[in-house]
Design a protein around this ligand. Structure first.
Ligand SMILES: Nc1nc2c(c(=O)[nH]1)N[C@H]1C(S)=C(S)[C@@H](COP(=O)(O)OP(=O)(O)OC[C@H]3O[C@@H](n4cnc5c(=O)[nH]c(N)nc54)[C@H](O)[C@@H]3O)O[C@H]1N2
Ligand SMILES: Nc1nc2c(c(=O)[nH]1)N[C@H]1C(S)=C(S)[C@@H](COP(=O)(O)OP(=O)(O)OC[C@H]3O[C@@H](n4cnc5c(=O)[nH]c(N)nc54)[C@H](O)[C@@H]3O)O[C@H]1N2
Ligand SMILES: [Mo]
Length: 761
């Protein structure tokens, strides 16, 4: 295979697309797959995605239809690219590390590092060395165990995970951390749906979505807010197409006219490939960033006023009286929101919002879906609380076709939380661990991702262990984070592919290569499978089918189990060796610790698996009052100072989180480069900046530190006034570490105040 070259930035721009998917998407996926591996391996890989006896697509957490209702190709263009990226035939060998010293790797792009292929054997970077060198598994794990045991306090260790981890290794990792004595389990969710968890736990008593796929199909009205499904959850478009076919409507709320929100051509149906496709959004609200709280509060005021006019016909009075608290204070507050406030916060007209209100009145059942456009703002938690208020008013919780739908990102990010990957797991979970394993887990909360960076920066954390993920690129304030990582005594990454976190490391560093989702996993007890939980609480098995990328790889379960034996010894008495050889024995333990997993091994073997109960769907709310909670939330108007813009950092069509797969963003009409900033033409005119000119993005934040992302090409683009958009992770350098969402501590990646300066390079 030819050498990988650093991609050149040579941007061309055409008009954004008004529809998503269809035949070109299938072709794009196949081209990427065939660039990574052979046609045979491509076929074997793609045909096993999301089949009942295959593996779960790691592309996103959108659920699969019930077995029997799946397409032979139940995956999307981007899922296929993602899995081909893992199934690549390219390999990173010890010779590679001999050729490339760490300081060189450090200067390489995320794209180039990822394109080198799968990691093949454990490597160590010894203190003062310039190159990673091979190390045996035993020695590598001894090195890590010795460092962990030598710490003054278990809280000096950090165990980061990303939502790629399946349930079994996730359960073992939190067990290891807690038996070792720390709750320091930061995860990618801290930067993702933490605001959803915070808001939903407080108001509904459970931090998860309540709807199923059938609910989506049956809803009269679905809101898609702060989400770009055409790129990030393409299979969601098939579900919305079904909603429309059954007579439902869709309202999209977004600063950008994203292709998938407008029109959709189903790639696996004839009418999708050759026809015009389905119009998805019946109404598109081009909102200003951060305006959603004001929008939903005004919708709530309008509902309250409609009820005044026709008492007993608009609100679900019975539901409110029987199942909620806080209504009076909420209503009093919501009634006071004014049109000028809402128009300023949202940039929407009164007429548009009244039109939405009319649709809401006509709809018996309503669902609100959302993703990063709501969660990654300073007021992300109050915004989602206001969404809950909106649904509670008409009893749109706990009945068919209605409910909350935070659309998760990583394929098992929700499952990891269920398994105990959380720095603040509630006491009943810790008690259940104690009862099952006979040790007392620490009860003091651990650190989340942002606090983990602070802890490393301040020398309070000394050993960083990352299982999956790419911590230094996923986190905010890249310069500060890189300094923090370098401040560690030891950094360790359990990974499938090379990324920048391997190059920006502690004084000593380990790379521990592991099996991916698509790799066959054979242990002493025979061939193993693992399990995952999707965005709608469905639990099912995932089985790799491909020959592993190298004979030296260990599964995540093996690595964690072997490490645990070295770190913990025989105390407490946990059968790590048995766990490693037979994953059923892990599931037995899970079934006794985690509610809803009774009879886990039997139920997960049924085709399609099973769904975890969500008490909200029986209108049981596990809040302190036992009722759903109405809240009062103050409206924020997000406005950049004169001469500045509100920048959101988002994903292109050709990337998977921190990893670009190619330099294009097809639906937005961008080709050949990632250093672009999308700005409304009227704002460009106001700022006196020409389309296609080159600028630096300069962050403005109260600490006075200048944060600069150099050399971006300006693209005049129909984004809402006053806002701009550019890709993550190139722009993470602009997100201040201390700029976080209230309550959830999530970095405010969707509202970074910047100005554009002529490029300095
Ligand atoms: N192909 C692919 N699939 C993925 C991923 C990937 O990188 N690539 N990542 C996975 C992960 S981990 C996640 S979390 C999800 C992310 O899925 P998304 O949340 O769809 O991802 P983003 O690209 O961050 O897009 C945010 C969307 O919110 C809009 N937005 C920004 N600010 C606001 C606002 O204030 N209000 C409103 N209403 N909208 C706003 C943006 O214009 C954009 O359309 O996707 C998952 N799936
Ligand atoms: N500015 C800005 N920052 C953001 C966001 C944003 O929108 N804007 N989004 C945030 C969000 S939503 C998220 S979820 C985080 C994502 O943060 P992370 O989850 O930390 O990042 P990923 O890019 O998904 O991690 C990719 C790496 O995971 C490893 N990997 C892949 N598959 C496997 C596997 O099966 N096993 C193991 N052990 N390793 C594997 C590979 O080595 C790969 O290089 O980023 C956050 N950061
Ligand atoms: Mo995410």
């Amino acid at each position: 295979m030819r050498d990988i070259e650093e991609p050149a930035e040579d941007v061309t721009v055409s008009a954004p697309k008004t529809w998503a998917t269809g035949a070109p998407a299938v072709a794009h996926a196949l081209t990427y797959a065939l660039g990574q591996t052979s046609p045979k391996r491509t076929a074997l890989t793609l045909l096993n995605i999301n089949q009942a006896r295959g593996f779960d697509c790691p592309g996103c957490a959108w659920p699969e239809p019930a077995p029997g209702h799946r397409h032979r190709n139940e995956y999307c263009e981007n899922g296929a690219k993602h899995i081909s990226d893992e199934a690549t035939s390219r390999r990173v060998t010890r010779e590679f590390f001999e050729r490339h010293p760490v300081d060189e790797l450090n200067g390489r792009s995320d794209y180039w590092l990822n394109q080198q292929g799968r990691l093949t054997e454990p490597m160590v970077l010894r203190e003062g060395a310039r190159h990673y060198e091979p190390i045996g598994w035993d020695e590598a794990l001894d090195l890590l165990a010795t460092e962990l045991r030598g710490l003054d306090h278990p809280d000096e260790a950090l165990f980061y995970t990303s939502g790629r981890l399946a349930n079994e290794p996730a359960f073992l990792l939190q067990l290891l951390a807690r038996a070792f004595g720390t709750n320091n389990l930061p995860d990618c969710s801290n930067m993702c749906h933490e605001s959803s968890g915070s808001a939903l736990n407080e108001t509904l008593g459970i931090g998860k979505g309540s709807v199923s796929l059938d609910d989506i199909y049956d809803a009269d009205l679905v809101f898609v807010v702060g989400q770009n499904p055409g790129t990030n959850h393409p299979r969601m478009l098939s579900a919305l197409e079904e909603t429309k076919r059954r007579g439902g409507q869709v309202i999209a709320v977004n600063p950008l006219p994203e292709a998938g929100l407008l029109r959709f051509k189903h790639p696996q149906k004839v009418r999708g490939v050759i026809g015009r496709g389905t119009d998805i959004a019946d109404q598109f609200l081009q909102i200003r960033p951060g305006g959603d709280l004001a929008l939903f509060q005004m919708l709530n005021r309008l509902l309250l006023e409609a009820e005044d006019e026709a008492p007993g016909t608009v609100l679900d009075g019975e539901f409110i009286a029987a199942h909620t608290t806080g209504f009076a204070a909420f209503a009093d507050h919501a009634r006071r929101i004014t049109w000028p406030q809402v128009e300023r916060a949202t940039g929407l007209s009164r007429e548009e919002i009244e039109q939405v209100h009319a649709r809401v009145l006509r709809s018996r059942s309503v669902i609100v879906c959302w993703a990063m456009g709501l969660t990654q703002h300073k007021h992300g938690v109050p915004t989602i609380r206001e969404v809950v208020n909106f649904l509670l008013l008409r009893g749109n919780i706990g009945r068919p076709g209605a409910g909350v739908c935070p659309v998760r990102g990583h394929s098992n990010v929700q499952g990891d939380r269920t398994m105990g990957i959380w720095e603040r797991m509630p006491q009943p979970f810790l008690d259940a661990l104690e009862a099952e394993f006979g040790f007392k887990p620490p009860s003091a909360h651990g650190v989340d991702s942002v606090d983990a960076i602070r802890a490393m920066r301040d020398g309070r954390a000394k050993v960083f262990v990352g299982v999956a993920g790419n911590f230094v690129r996923a986190t905010p304030d890249s310069d500060a984070t890189e300094r923090a990582m370098r401040n560690c005594r030891l950094t360790v990454h359990i990974s499938t592919k090379l990324n920048r976190s391997h190059a920006v490391c502690g004084r000593t560093a380990l790379i521990l290569p592991t099996l991916g989702r698509s790799d066959r996993d054979v242990q002493a007890g025979g061939e193993q499978f693992m399990t995952v939980e999707d965005s709608m609480s469905e639990i099912h098995a995932t089985r790799g089918r491909l020959a592993p990328a190298s004979e030296h790889l260990l599964s995540e379960v093996s690595i964690i189990s072997r490490l645990a034996r070295k770190v913990l010894g025989a105390q407490p008495d946990i059968p790590w060796e048995t766990f490693e050889s037979d994953y059923d024995t892990i599931r037995d333990r899970i079934s006794r610790v985690v509610p809803g997993f009774e009879d886990f091994n039997a139920r997960v073997r049924r085709p399609g698996g099973f769904r975890l109960p969500n008490p909200v769907n029986s209108r049981v709310f596990r809040t302190p009052s036992g009722k759903a909670v109405f809240t009062t939330n103050d409206v924020t108007v997000l406005q950049a100072p004169k001469g500045h813009l509100v920048l959101q950092t988002l994903r292109s069509h050709d990337q998977w989180n921190t990893i670009p797969y190619a330099m294009d963003d097809r639906y937005r009409g961008i080709k050949g480069g990632r250093r672009v900033v999308l700005v409304n033409p009227a704002d460009l005119a106001d700022l006196g900046i020409a389309d296609a000119s080159r600028v630096d993005l300069v962050g403005v934040w109260s600490d006075g530190v200048e944060r600069r992302a150099p050399d971006f090409r300006v693209v005049a683009y129909p984004t809402s006034r006053g806002s701009a958009a550019a890709y993550y992770p190139e722009t993470n350098v602009l997100v201040p570490l201390d700029s976080v969402a209230d309550i959830s501590n999530t970095p405010t990646s969707k509202s970074v105040i910047v100005r554009l300066e002529p490029a300095t390079v």
